[in-house]
Design a binder for this molecule. Structure first.
Ligand code: SAM
Length: 251
């Protein structure tokens, strides 16, 4: 009985919560911070998240006519970059389960004149509304860590990716230098929630963000999880000393 109860729980930051409510809690966080999400990203990372995302694009082996899924794409930073590269014969699907994040993403892309080759879909990453073998590329940036069942989501990514297609996962990792790790902890736990309180008027959401980073699998564990899903040739590249990591793999 005790074990059964344990299996029903998952982490939400440092808390243990019932698996059924994690997605509601995550959804509530992104609903609250959606309007300040882009500004907060720039402030917290000093703009470095843009370089990490550009690096993902450089590794994506994208081509004209490519069909790309920007999974948990939020306010669409990757979709903007992909849409320029796939051309008018390609398609980028910006999928997110959060209404507010998608709304801001769509507005941002439209304001940039990106109209024809991006589709917006509200759906859960753990139950993708696509046929098998639909996409040439799937990219997830800073999304995986928020999913309730990461393995289920990885299986869905595998199912909807074309054979030979490439998966790219960008997320936070574990710093590879001790000193960096200490400084990163100080900055994360003492400065970021305060920036959240000042800019987004929301300290709690950014406390979750930091905790969720610490609960995310480290580089090697995530590599194993990707391999267990069936992906091949899995590699990862540490960026900024391992603060961010790009994993990539093929179906
Ligand atoms: N990819 C964007 C970026 O790099 O800026 C947004 C990342 S944001 C940290 C995480 C996104 O994951 C949010 O937009 C959130 O709504 C979305 N998300 C969380 N759980 C999800 C799920 N189960 N299915 C789809 N999207 C989800």
């Amino acid at each position: 009985m005790k074990n059964k109860h344990k299996d029903d729980t998952t982490h939400f930051g440092f808390q243990n919560v019932n698996k059924h409510i994690k997605s509601y809690l995550v959804n509530a966080i992104f609903k609250t911070i959606a309007t300040k999400y882009d500004l907060m990203n720039d402030c917290m990372s000093f703009g470095i998240h843009r370089l990490w995302k550009h690096f993902l694009i450089c590794q994506s082996e994208i081509f004209y006519g490519c069909k790309v899924l920007d999974l948990a794409g939020g306010t669409g930073d990757l979709s903007i970059l992909f849409s320029k590269l796939v051309g008018q014969t390609g398609i980028v699907v910006l999928l997110d389960n959060n209404t507010e994040m998608l709304k801001i993403g769509r507005k941002k892309l439209r304001n940039l004149g990106i109209l024809n080759n991006v589709q917006y879909i509200q759906a859960d990453a753990e139950a993708l509304p696509f046929a098998n073998n639909t996409f040439h590329r799937i990219a997830v940036s800073f999304g995986l860590r928020n999913f309730t069942n990461k393995s289920a989501a990885l299986l869905e990514m595998y199912r909807v990716l074309n054979p030979g297609g490439k998966l790219l996962i960008l997320d936070f990792g574990v710093p590879i230098f001790k000193l960096l790790s200490v400084l990163y902890d100080l900055y994360s736990f003492h400065v970021i929630p305060k920036i959240g309180a000042i800019i987004a008027k929301d300290m709690k959401s950014y406390q979750y963000l930091i905790e969720s980073i610490r609960m995310h699998p480290d580089q090697e564990t995530l590599k194993t999880m990707i391999a267990n899903t069936g992906f091949q040739d899995i590699k990862y590249i540490n960026m900024t000393g391992g603060i961010a990591v790009l994993h990539y793999a093929y179906k």
